[in-house]
Design a protein around this ligand. Structure first.
Ligand code: HAM
Length: 426
């Protein structure tokens, strides 16, 4: 006998959750819906690595962003190469695009991806350290129609998932031509109210002043009401672009509100920035977010190719679906096979296999047990019908099939079983 007692349990790492059934089935439903919707817009899936060179995120997401400054899981490999678990997908996707040279053959590329992302944040409802995104990126188009199209695609996904109460908030954060002078104006204002700003905003003021608009602190929000508005800093091109995005959204039937406080926490954005938000999840209110990032492909060593895209947070999506009672996967027809007797046990295997080959979902208990206990289990798992395989029926080449809803049963010849059940769900 071991003296050490029961082995100590190992738990999952804080902020990294298991997605167990039946939740995982609901996740699959969302992923399948996204894959189907995105395919109608011509997006193809890309599988990108979970680990990248740290430099990739420093150069794209930005050195002074919260993500790169304090949220990355970074380490060196055995050869001393600085690596990080990806905190987001756009950087990897663009790296893959540049590396593959896809732009040589095709000027417009549409990709989507899904998978876990990692950020060392303080875990709370809708915020994990390992979380899942589904993202989409449209590369090679500067037209505002591209911004509108990716937004419309996300809006269609929300519609197809039948989610209620999701708002689309859009903004333009200017471009490298107009943003520097706006930042100067903003900094001048922030300096005049510096004493009233939180410590975070004081730091943002020096490194990335636009980010002050994103501050959740009520005091800062109030102080910023009198700050110069970002729209006052737009150059003509930015203004024209934003107007065209709004017109295109209107003409495609996508409702939106302009919110000049949507500024995004990643450095690669320019012009259009947007978030799909809900007031049903508390503080973590963005279920999907994105924007335009012309210049990123070039900054990562590729040609001067425009980009626009978004990523949705799966956990937040699932929380919202659950809150609205829409996460339940459609029930599948279950046929339970009750086996009574040793001969029946032998005969059951090929019968069950044949049914499964024909696409019928069959459950059984891997043993011959009392009819009572097997019927109880059939009821528990919600079987639509039960095949009762007993030695007597087998001798006649038949089985009893019980319809659990109608509470009626009849004999079916074994050779007719597959046909009987293949038709059931139709
Ligand atoms: P992001 O705003 O950092 O953008 O993340 C997108 C979405 O991922 C958020 O709106 C949220 O739903 C989810 N999310 C982010 N962090 C967490 C977390 N710690 N826990 C749970 N969910 C989270 C990006 O990542 C950009 N790459 C989006 C993009 C694609 N822009 C252009 N293309």
């Amino acid at each position: 006998m071991s003296m050490s007692g029961p082995a100590k349990k190992i738990t999952a790492v804080k902020g990294m959750n298991d997605i167990m059934p039946p939740a995982s089935t609901a996740w699959q439903m969302v992923e399948d819906t996204a894959a189907r919707v995105f395919a109608t817009y011509g997006y193809a899936e890309v599988r990108i690595p979970v680990v990248e060179e740290t430099q990739l995120f420093v150069r794209s997401v930005g050195e002074s962003t919260a993500i790169v400054e304090k949220e990355m899981y970074s380490f060196t490999d055995r050869n001393g190469l600085p690596l990080s678990l990806r905190p987001e997908g756009t950087a990897s996707l663009v790296r893959a695009y540049v590396e593959s040279g896809a732009y040589v053959a095709e000027p417009i590329a549409k990709y989507w991806y899904r998978g876990p992302m990692f950020r060392y944040e303080r875990p709370q409802k809708g915020r994990q350290r390992q979380f899942y995104q589904i993202g989409a990126e449209l590369l090679g188009v500067t037209s505002p129609y591209a911004d509108a199209e990716v937004i419309a695609m996300m809006a269609q996904l929300i519609r197809e998932l039948k989610l209620d109460g999701v708002a689309l908030e859009i903004n333009s954060i200017g471009c490298p031509t107009c943003r520097p002078s706006f930042n100067e104006k903003l900094i001048a204002h922030l300096k005049s109210v510096e004493d009233e700003l939180c410590a975070d905003c004081k730091r943002r003021m020096a490194k990335n002043p636009l980010r002050v608009f994103d501050c959740k602190n009520e005091g800062c929000k109030h102080v910023l009401d009198s700050a110069p508005r970002i729209s006052s800093g737009w150059c003509d091109e930015c203004r024209v672009h934003f107007d065209a995005v709004k017109d295109a959204l209107t003409s495609t039937g996508v409702a939106f509100v302009v919110n000049e406080r949507i500024v995004r926490g990643l450095d690669y954005y320019m012009r259009t920035a947007f978030e799909f938000t809900t007031d049903q999840l508390g503080a973590q209110n963005a279920i999907s977010a994105g924007g335009r990032y012309d210049g990123l492909v070039r900054d990562l060593g590729g040609p001067d190719v425009a980009g626009v895209g978004f990523a949705l947070g799966m956990e937040r999506m699932m929380l919202l679906l659950e809150a609205q009672g829409k996460a339940a996967p459609p029930p599948s027809d279950i046929v339970y096979c009750a086996v009574l007797g040793e001969k029946a046990l032998e005969a059951a295997l090929p019968i069950i296999q044949q049914l499964r080959n024909d696409g019928v979902r069959v459950e059984w208990d891997f043993a011959s047990k009392s009819l009572k206990s097997q019927m109880r289990r059939a009821g528990k798992i919600g079987a639509e019908s039960v095949i009762i395989l007993g030695d007597d029926e087998l001798a006649k080449g038949a089985a009893v099939v019980r319809d659990m809803r109608a509470q009626a049963q009849h004999e079916v010849a074994l050779k007719d079983l597959p046909r009987h059940f293949v038709n059931i769900g139709e």
